[in-house]
Design a protein around this ligand. Sequence first.
Ligand SMILES: Nc1ncnc2c1ncn2[C@@H]1O[C@H](COP(=O)(O)OP(=O)(O)OP(=O)(O)O)[C@@H](O)[C@H]1O
Ligand SMILES: [Mg+2]
Length: 321
Amino acid sequence: MCVCGKKYVTKAKKVVAYLLFTTQCATIFAMKGIIITNQYDHSTTQSKKVLRMTCELEQLGVEVTVLSACQAMAYLHQGNTTCPVDADFVLYFDKDKYNAQMLEQCGLRLFNSSSATELCDDKMLTHIALANCGIPMPTTISAPLCYVAGSQPSKEFLQKVEQTLGFPLVAKQCFGSFGEQVYLVNNREELLQTYTKLMAVPHIYQQFVAESRGKDMRVIVIGNKVVCGMIRYSDSDFRSNIERGGRATSVQVPQDIANMCEQASKVLGLDYCGIDVLLGEQPTICEVNSNAMFAAMESVTGVNVAKAYAQHIVNSVKNSK
Ligand SMILES: Nc1ncnc2c1ncn2[C@@H]1O[C@H](COP(=O)(O)OP(=O)(O)OP(=O)(O)O)[C@@H](O)[C@H]1O
Ligand SMILES: [Mg+2]
């Protein structure tokens, strides 16, 4: 009898053992799936996520092949897109929009789709896509893109940021994770320093939600339905990321936040995401992660996120046939 669905584990060794065990039970494969990982991401968290999803998909009768981006690299030849792989679906754990789009051109169904992944990878694109849909977000200004090497910071822009947002404010690079490219800017001098440092990269300035300092809610949404949530806290940093020392506790996601997250997931066209909600007087969407890790969420809430995602993938593929 197969044990994989009974209980999830966080220790890599145990997961490997479970995986070996499950290969013995999932003998009849009804579906073929490929998991594509980023060529350069060899992190343990990513490997664990791949193992968890492999395990749960196999339980549902999916034959899973794990490939690096290079092993599954589509390319253009004689004016046509050529793909080296075929399957009923691709679980795309990369963020490379080029390969994602070409794989879709070859008729592959990606989870998440290339357009959803692209929108979520860039924080400003996410905010723009969510705008005018009744979804609350902090006031956000995108820094003018700078294409001229050696340019001086624009005083006009800095004044605009200060007048609109006041201090402190938050600066973020459009591309980044784990809170690493997110900064708290306390005064005019720090603003000039930050802008000078970030001018050449796409970045945004955002209203600092003071009530949410060192605290936010991470919500997992699968198939446009909230699956679970946790509150993340930090005593030492305005960023609540677990990777920066934050702690987490399980939470029953309140209805208004659940509605907001489900709507955001629909607008962005996501199958799976982790949404960060800032807990101000009115909850606001901080960012949407299309490739959110789920190990911490599973251990804090006890919810089998991997199983829920695997089930969503299998149902979606079956329903599309
Ligand atoms: N406008 C804001 N006001 C208050 N706190 C904020 C604001 N924006 C971000 N934060 C804090 O900083 C953390 C990191 O910000 P954000 O989620 O945008 O960046 P990230 O690096 O992409 O994180 P992730 O690893 O979740 O992708 C948030 O979880 C939140 O605690
Ligand atoms: Mg975040």
